[in-house]
Design a binder for this molecule. Structure first.
Ligand SMILES: [Zn+2]
Length: 344
């Protein structure tokens, strides 16, 4: 039985395809086309600044229990990647459009999130990634400091800052443009391979110049507080490092554990919850070694889906917590239910 056949109390003979199409057209016509601008403005007068619909959305903060402790997610904002073929390689535009359309996503401009995770562990406040910092190149990002304050977290109270790699959208929030450190009391954790590569003066003047200049500007002011992390090491309580090279040489993922729960922040193992999962060997424009990046992506996603470990996607749709499972030779992301007040 179809939905229309089961619709109660109707003259079922009236519901055929032709009639439904006519109804759709009528609804569209009623809503827009026949109305003049004046008529539409009378229906929807311009909003005053005091109007609740004019105000910005509530601060993007999400708290959730995790094992014996808590996680707080705060937003740094979003990044516009523009037309998808600029960022995703090894896949035709037709297939990109088909994948996005299947998921009811816009096909013209790819927008990705930057969500920062704060993990409370053994009395320490551990922050993962720092966003872009305030930078005209990233007009919709750089709000981490404001978001932390809105969440009731003083940046000076952060004990540790962990970066998956040294790209601008992960380290840009470490220090202000003036060079003043944003997390004055935190130790900073990053892989030595990434630090050495992205601050290497020999790469100045190369095609990677902008990235290297940026990394030197934001990492050198905090150099004395940087601690290098090693693959397999539990470098902070409940935080284990896992080297996942490819996107950058020292790109690192993390396994967080507390009580009987675990969560894996994937960093930039995937920038998109559909395009790099359905076909995980597709590459991202800023992958330093696309083949290695795909190897790491497949290996880790395979492990996480087998173990049913929850993942956290820094660039995934807010708030970015969910699971991955194998599907049709690739992977599919299943976002965790968003609960308004607490969980469990
Ligand atoms: Zn990134």
């Amino acid at each position: 039985m179809t939905l229309l056949q089961s619709w109660p109390g109707d003259d079922r003979s009236a519901w055929n395809v032709a009639d439904t199409n006519t109804e759709r057209k009528k609804i569209r016509t009623m809503s827009t086309s026949d109305k003049s601008t004046n008529q539409r403005e009378r229906m929807n007068p311009p909003l005053k600044k005091s109007d609740p619909f004019f105000m910005s959305q509530s601060p993007p903060i999400y708290r959730l229990p995790f094992g014996d402790t808590q996680i707080i997610l705060v937003s740094d904002g979003t990044l516009d990647l523009g037309s998808p073929e600029k960022s995703f390689r090894g896949i035709s535009r037709e297939e990109i459009d088909a994948q996005l359309s299947r998921h009811f996503l816009p096909t013209e401009n790819i927008v990705i999130e930057e969500t920062v995770l704060v993990f409370m562990s053994s009395g320490k406040r551990i922050l993962f990634e720092t966003g872009t910092g305030i930078n005209p190149l990233y007009p919709h990002a750089g709000r981490l400091q404001a978001s932390l304050l809105e969440a009731g977290i003083d940046p000076a109270s952060i004990d540790a800052v962990v970066c998956s790699h040294a790209h601008p959208d992960h380290i840009g929030g470490l220090s202000a443009t003036s060079g003043r450190p944003r997390f004055p009391n935190a130790q900073i954790y990053i892989s030595e391979i990434d630090f050495n590569f992205w601050t290497d003066e020999k790469l100045l003047g190369s095609p990677l110049d902008a990235f290297v200049t940026f990394a030197r500007k934001h990492l050198f002011p905090v150099r004395d507080r940087i601690v290098f992390i090693k693959h397999g090491q539990e470098f902070l309580p409940g935080v284990q490092a896992m080297l996942t090279p490819g996107h950058t040489r020292g790109h690192t993922g993390f396994l967080l554990t507390s009580g009987n729960q675990s969560l894996y922040p994937i960093g930039d193992l995937s920038h998109h919850h559909v395009l790099l999962l359905e076909r995980p060997r597709v590459s991202f424009a800023y992958d330093l070694d696309p083949t290695k990046a795909a190897d790491s992506r497949v290996k880790v996603l395979d492990m996480l889906s087998t173990d049913r470990t929850a993942i956290f996607g820094y660039h995934f749709p807010w708030p970015g917590i969910g699971h991955v499972a194998r599907e049709h030779g690739g992977f599919r992301y299943f976002p965790r239910l968003y609960r308004y007040i607490g969980e469990g």
